[in-house]
Design a protein around this ligand. Structure first.
Ligand SMILES: [Zn+2]
Length: 408
């Protein structure tokens, strides 16, 4: 049975009006009109359960047709994706819907000195969205963006001398910064809050943050460029468990696939049962609040490698536990003439030693995960390369667990 999850106990009159408007909007789009022709009134969750789900292309088709405009103030266009899929566009009015986030999530307060570590520019929304939140929280803010490796030490020194209390970024970026800070013996005793958004939490961060900033705890936001922020969590919540904002309505399908509906009347994206590819389940959060969403991650994490299923996220997490590995990344190189090669890129920690590549290789060959048998037969299909930097999306700094490159 699929199950609807929302912050309020039932749909309000305004919610029903919003659902009707969303359905009418989708019916007005030529490419979607037929599919939504039978959906006129959506007065209950039972009605909503009969509404067809939207997939990524549907929303992009709808937005291209609608060219949404905000009624008050500017219309902002943002873009996500590009590292593993085609770019997704999303629209938002000035303020980026952050008032609702502010009213339901107390990550920052006026006493905070906050460093925004999300990169600005190239139409990625996170940097600007967090600044809208900062505006409401009335704290002191510094816009840093992502740092390059050579910049870590001077900026970390700056954080310490300016008594920075809060720092935010994508977990990929945070992992590199805190990993470096830990190796370099940096201490940030004033740092109390680590804000994150854009990827799943990396458990290695818990250890690194504890060593660098023992007073810091994590505060998360969950969403996408198309749905915007739909849920938040606090330090008392498990990192994969989330509390919905009042305007969010999420359906957890039979197959655990999630779809998202935005009840916010100001939302410019027609998000009506929109599937992002994430899976999840309804749980009672570790903080004690029931009706929380546990996000299980994307269901597209399984790839075929030489006929064997490879669970990308599991392998990367497993390699992250090998001594001397700060983080691993899988690069699948597809050659037309000699089949695929898995190159495991490993970012070493200070304690890695010269035998890191051999140890990682032995770890993979000795493990029971899918393709290890392939490498026992075809040793050339596996390469392990210690690298100075993993392959990052240059716009967002995000580091995908998997990069696929086709070679002619
Ligand atoms: Zn919680």
């Amino acid at each position: 049975m699929s199950e609807f999850l929302m912050a309020r106990t039932e749909l309000t009159a305004a919610d029903r009006a919003r659902l009707g408007t969303l359905a009418a909007t989708l019916r007005s789009i030529p490419a979607l009109a037929e599919r939504y022709s039978a959906v006129d009134t959506v007065d209950s969750l039972d009605d909503l359960a009969r509404v067809p789900v939207m997939v990524k292309d549907d929303l992009q088709v709808a937005l291209a047709h609608l060219q949404p405009r905000a009624a008050d103030g500017a219309t902002w266009v943002f873009q996500s994706g590009g590292s593993t899929g085609s770019p997704q566009v999303g629209y938002a009015p000035t303020g980026l819907y952050m008032r609702e986030v502010y009213e339901n999530w107390g990550a920052l307060d006026p006493s905070d000195v906050f460093v925004n570590g999300w990169s600005a520019g190239k139409m990625w929304g996170a940097h600007f969205l967090v600044n809208s939140y900062v505006d409401l929280a009335r704290c002191t803010a510094m816009n840093l963006g992502a740092m390059s490796k050579e910049e870590y030490d001077p900026w970390l020194e700056f954080f310490a001398s300016r008594r920075v209390t809060a720092y935010g970024g994508t977990p990929s970026v945070l992992r590199l910064v805190f990993g470096h800070a830990r190796d370099a013996g940096v201490k940030l005793p004033d740092l109390r809050k680590v804000l994150w958004l854009g990827e799943a939490w990396d458990p290695q961060l818990d250890e690194d943050i504890a060593a660098v900033a023992p007073n810091a705890r994590r505060w998360g936001m969950f969403g996408s460029t198309e749905t915007w922020v739909v849920a938040t969590n606090t330090p008392d919540c498990a990192a994969d468990q989330w509390h919905l904002l009042p305007s969010s309505l999420i359906c957890v399908g039979d197959d655990e696939m999630l779809d998202f509906t935005s009840l916010n009347p100001r939302a410019l994206n027609p998000v009506l049962r929109y599937r992002t590819g994430d899976a999840g389940q309804v749980v009672t959060c570790t903080c004690g609040r029931p009706g929380a969403l546990r996000v299980l991650g994307r269901r597209d994490g399984l790839v075929k490698f030489r006929g064997h299923l490879l669970n990308v996220d599991d392998l990367v997490a497993d390699l992250g536990r090998v001594r001397g590995v700060a983080r691993a990344q899988l690069l699948v190189k597809e050659f037309a003439d000699r089949g695929s090669v898995l190159e495991v890129l490993v970012l070493p920690t200070g304690e890695a030693g010269d035998d890191l590549a051999e140890r990682v290789r032995a770890h993979i060959l000795g493990s029971a995960f899918g393709p290890s048998v392939v490498f026992q037969r075809n040793p050339d299909a596996l390469e392990v390369s210690p690298v100075a930097a993993l392959i990052a999306n240059e716009r967002t700094g995000k580091i995908s667990n998997l990069v696929v490159r086709r070679h002619p």
